[in-house]
Design a protein. Structure first.
Length: 605
């Protein structure tokens, strides 16, 4: 391996080299708990301490002691076998036998994302158990799995956004070797692996960074989690490098195919080049020839600069590949449910606004947001739709509801099938949430496994969060600390073969096969999006080869769609009996009549 992580523990012949940043320390020692031996590290320029310790092999537990203080895990630990409070372990990343030398990743234009939580995707909740489900995921027609954060966290169960060891894959999922086995197996089946990473904060339990340097954080900026991470103040260079090296680490040591960057708007950086833009440049500079590595940001501002190139005119961009565009989800949700609480109040759910959202890639492009009280967004219609990730549910939109209800738990299956068709045949990049493809019966709840003191605060906070909602409050909200809350969230894969679940699964497979096979959907360069009435929209694709595809979607009510041309052939109806619907209607020569939610696909040429 040509690239080497410049911090942490590096296994070498007959020993291990250690390096850690502790700029205000007078001395740093490596403690080997099994023997009690202490080894002093040498001060280096820039506040680093480093040294080689003979006889320390792979698997050896170690910790750092700053100025004679308590033993603490390595900030760049590759493994935390005893949990986030215990010692780190030496890992040699060069010994794994990769079988993916011919793998080049998945191009953005081919991306269909399947987001999942490792701990609840299977009964065992491990990387190895997930390998057994890859064939089913591949057969669905997606091209990438996206793992919710796997950086080690406190306790045995967590969403992952409370991670504190950013370089250590969670021990409860199978650790470093388990993640490597999963990535290698996914590549063998033609699936990319994207990793959700959190660079905007650290969890509250097990975060010892301040003992190494107070400069990891700054009170110049604040975030929902307290003091911001210091990426633009004094001593910020090593902090920026810590996160940039983490991205490179996943690329080189785990062969990961891309990162989903959590809440980038909460990474506050007033420097000339945002740390995420610098990270993107560093990754691009190290990519092997023809290797795809996708960087996709979650960012609430609807700022197209994120996905514009670094040489774009008149304004240079960050050079990212994609951005979550939640406006589509919100428009669909409001259209189907009528919800208007919180940020949903900014959306009408009308066909006019939904069509505008798809044409523009997002809805807010400079208008005032009543919910936020200020303007939001900028025009992005000049950017290719593939750069915008659409969904009708994800871990946030399901798990942040009090009872973890999925979309189909609150709308009819007719409406769910119609919305699913629109998602999978829209020109943007679709993201599916695990179990969505068969309308899973299980919820996805918010769960944690914190120490009793912190856990009590989390439980009280969760119930206080929903106290003002009329439908639920107080003790009716599931306790995040209760292990049953976690167990209830586990997928039941056997559902897929039975009843309505099987019909939904067949629809998803057929839609993704159509997206993959039809030339106009592969190109997605010429598409006209129009509202028909307040509940119905159409998408008309034309390929450079003359093939056409026409999609009409009604999200409810009665509507008629007039066809300007003849010779269309019915290709797919979301209400076909095979999908659990009520049967395919007759298609008049130039008119379709909708009664209720339905999606119809016509083709010609």
């Amino acid at each position: 391996m040509a690239w080497k992580l410049p911090i942490g523990a590096q296994s070498e012949a007959e020993g291990t080299h250690f390096r850690v940043w502790a700029p205000r320390a007078d001395r740093v020692e490596v403690l080997l708990p099994d023997s009690g031996a202490m080894h002093s590290l040498t001060s280096e320029e820039g506040g680093y301490f480093a040294g080689y310790v003979a006889g320390v092999g792979v698997g050896t537990h170690y910790a750092y002691c700053i100025n004679g203080g308590a033993a603490r895990p390595d900030p760049a630990s590759r493994s935390q076998p005893e949990g986030v409070h215990g010692p780190s372990a030496v890992v040699d990343p060069t010994t794994f036998a990769w079988s993916d030398s011919a793998w080049r990743g998945v191009a953005l234009e081919d991306l269909v994302i399947y987001e999942l939580h490792v701990g609840t995707a299977t009964p065992a909740g491990t990387f190895d158990a997930l390998i057994e489900r890859l064939d089913s995921i591949k057969a669905l027609g997606v091209t990438a799995i996206e793992l919710m954060p796997v950086a080690d966290f406190p306790g045995e169960r967590n969403w992952g956004y409370d991670g504190v060891n950013l370089y250590a894959p969670a021990r409860t999922y199978g650790g470093a070797e388990g993640l490597r086995r999963l990535v290698d197996a996914a590549h063998a089946k033609g699936l990319a692996v994207l990793l959700d990473v959190v660079y905007n904060h650290f969890g509250p339990d097990g975060n010892y960074l301040r003992e190494f340097s107070l400069d990891y954080f700054t009170d110049r900026h604040t975030t929902p989690w307290g003091d911001a991470i210091n990426v633009d103040g004094p001593e910020a260079r090593p902090v920026r490098d810590f996160f940039i090296n983490n991205a490179l680490y996943w690329l080189h040591e785990y062969h990961v195919d891309g990162l989903r960057l959590d809440a980038v708007h909460a990474i506050i950086d007033d420097s000339a080049t945002h740390v995420i833009a610098e990270l993107a440049a560093a990754v691009r500079a190290q990519l092997p020839a023809e290797r795809h590595f996708l960087l996709i940001a979650e960012h609430e501002a609807n700022d197209p600069a994120l996905v514009r190139g670094v040489d774009a005119k008149p304004q240079a961009g960050w050079g990212l590949d994609g951005v979550w565009a939640d406006d589509f989800h919100h428009q669909v949700r409001v259209a189907l449910t009528g919800e208007q609480e919180g940020y949903y109040g900014d959306y009408s759910g009308s066909a006019q606004d939904l069509a505008a959202t798809i044409r523009q890639n997002w809805f807010f492009q400079g208008q005032r947001s009543p919910h936020l009280g200020h303007t939001r967004g900028a025009p992005a219609s000049d950017v290719a739709p593939a750069h915008f990730v659409y969904c009708i549910q994800n871990h946030d939109q399901v798990g942040n509801r009090a009872f973890g209800e999925r979309l189909h738990h609150t709308v009819t299956l007719e409406a769910y099938r119609a919305a699913s068709t629109l998602l999978l045949l829209a020109p943007q990049t679709p993201l599916l949430w695990m179990g969505q493809e068969w309308a899973a019966a299980t919820p996805f709840l918010f769960f944690t496994d914190h120490n009793p003191e912190l856990g009590k605060l989390v439980t009280e906070g969760r119930r206080r969060e929903f106290a003002s909602f009329t439908a639920f409050s107080g003790a009716t909200v599931p306790d995040p600390q209760d292990v049953q809350t976690f167990l209830r969230s586990k997928l039941q894969w056997e559902e897929r073969e039975h009843g309505a679940h099987a019909g939904i699964l067949a629809l998803y497979r057929d839609l993704l096969a159509l997206r993959r096979s039809h030339v106009a959907l592969r190109e997605r360069t010429s598409v006209s999006v129009k509202p028909v009435d307040d509940r119905t929209i159409t998408l008309h694709y034309r390929s450079t080869q003359g093939a056409e595809l026409f999609l009409a979607v009604s999200l409810g009510g009665v509507a008629e769609v007039e066809l300007e041309e003849k010779d269309w052939q019915l290709h797919l109806d979301s209400e076909a009996v095979s999908y659990g619907g009520h049967g395919v209607p007759s298609l008049e020569e130039q008119r379709m009549r909708f009664t209720g939610a339905r999606a119809v696909v016509l083709v010609r040429g």
